[in-house]
Design a protein around this ligand. Structure first.
Ligand code: GTR
Length: 441
């Protein structure tokens, strides 16, 4: 049974109210997560190398022409929803400045979705190292608290848009306040990244689609919604798909802005948590992304849904009814019925390098399920002529904390600590990028 958008809006509004006040945010609405491995339901993962009609996929050509398009369409229909075709973008330069004692140039560009004067726009903030021999590889990711939350330079405009009410005093109602300057700087070690020879581009995710269920009218859902009118309502794009769409338009902008000094053929898309789910979907739908990085993305991201441990499909759809398409609710407490699982999302990035990261205290996101999903994508990577997770086969056992698996093109690590992005995570991503995105690789 599908609920209507308006019912969902009411439910979501109440859920948001409860969520903003609940101390743990983890057991709302009567949901008690299971963390006991022995209570995981028995499940069989769908085989990424067998088509829906039961034919084995044994060649790269079959993968590219039959199975990959089939899986992509299944994820669209059942999980994230169908997005509109790419819209033309317009770009407006906002500022350019030398920052960090001459280390980098910071450029801000407004990217408009479509040609209408009142088109929704997002502001991309780009840091490029000044010392470079040629065009440099880059990381592109969405941020949670505005570009002004990434770096506390008062010259970065306080984003005037809608923000989720923060428990850290960084919002007044749904508006960001001065305390939000630099609030997420620890997740964006800009100088460390720049010193390693990489550019960084980031966009506030709420510019693309504010993160609440308004019946899909605001953000680019409103601007571009007509273009999915032909799609069955239950399979139209949710917010994760909208954010991923924004990342692709961000890449369009980087491709067009050749003067920035970025090599647009070497852009890694990355994200944390819900924005990690988004990065995975962006990597799956847009093969121009040269590398994909999922940081603690959990349920609906890198974690296998069928394990139903920690956050489940039912719980995520209840708490965040706008993230996925309505069809995904069919798999609430019914994960086995979904024709895909998340290892196949990882496989959709193949043969491009992908890195999945978990944290020991982030059981809600099911670190083991994230590892198992990466390992279950390995056969697709090998079919496409890469070494997958490295060695002759993916490791049978999950690695211990701080023992990254990074010799192949499918990387994974478990970090000690909480749901976060830390310098340790970035060091692994930079090392991985050095191996796969630097010249001559
Ligand atoms: C949680 C949600 C997770 C994760 C996280 C986040 O509340 O249950 O799936 O996405 O939010 O994005 O911070």
């Amino acid at each position: 049974m599908q609920t209507s958008r308006s019912t969902r809006f009411t439910v979501a509004f109440c859920a948001m109210f409860v969520l903003s006040f609940h101390p743990s945010n983890r057991s709302v609405m009567g949901f008690e997560p299971n963390y006991d491995e022995s209570k995981i339901p028995e499940y069989t993962l769908p085989d990424p190398l067998v088509t829906q009609s039961g034919s084995p996929v044994t060649t790269a050509e079959q993968w590219n022409t039959v199975r990959r398009p089939e899986l992509l369409a299944l994820f669209e229909k059942h999980v994230y929803g169908v997005s509109p075709p790419p819209c033309p973008i317009r770009r407006k330069h906002v500022s350019s400045k030398t920052v960090f004692d001459g280390l980098a140039t910071r450029t801000e560009i407004d990217v408009l979705f479509g040609s209408a004067d009142d088109a929704t726009s997002m502001r991309m903030m780009v840091y490029v190292p000044k010392q470079r021999a040629g065009a440099v590889p880059a990381f592109l990711g969405l941020n949670f608290q505005g570009n002004h939350g990434v770096d506390d330079d008062p010259e970065i405009e306080l984003n005037p848009g809608w923000f989720r009410v923060g428990r850290d005093g960084t919002t007044d109602g749904n508006k960001a306040n001065e305390k939000s300057r630099g609030a997420t700087a620890s997740r964006w070690p800009l100088q460390m990244i720049l010193k390693r020879g990489y550019a960084v581009a980031t966009i506030y995710y709420g510019d693309i689609d504010p993160d609440f269920d308004d019946g899909f009218n605001n953000g680019i859902h409103g601007t571009l919604g007509d273009q999915v009118a032909h799609v069955a309502p239950e399979s139209r794009w949710g917010s994760i798909a909208a954010w991923a769409y924004g990342l692709s338009r961000g890449l369009d902008c980087l491709e067009a802005e050749t003067d920035l000094g970025i090599d647009a053929a070497k852009v890694a898309v990355l994200g944390h948590s819900r924005l990690g789910k988004t990065a995975l979907w962006a990597g799956a739908t847009d093969p121009r992304f040269a590398m994909v990085i999922s940081n603690n993305s959990g349920c609906g991201g890198a974690a296998l849904s069928r394990r139903a441990i920690g956050e489940t499909v039912g719980r995520i759809n209840e708490a965040f009814p706008h993230w996925f398409c309505d069809q995904f609710t069919e798999y609430n407490e019914n994960e086995d019925a979904c024709p895909v699982d998340q290892h196949e999302l990882i496989a959709l990035a193949a043969p491009r390098p992908i890195y999945v990261a978990s944290a020991t205290e982030d059981q809600w996101a099911d670190p083991k399920g994230e590892f198992l999903a990466a390992a279950a994508a390995d056969p697709v990577y090998r079919l496409l002529g890469t070494d997958g997770m490295g060695g002759d086969a993916p490791p049978a056992k999950m690695p211990a904390a701080e023992q990254p698996i990074n010799s192949g093109v499918v990387g994974y690590h478990l970090r000690t600590g909480k749901h976060a992005v830390t310098d340790y995570d970035w060091q692994q991503y930079l090392d991985f990028a050095d191996r796969h995105m630097k010249d001559g690789r």
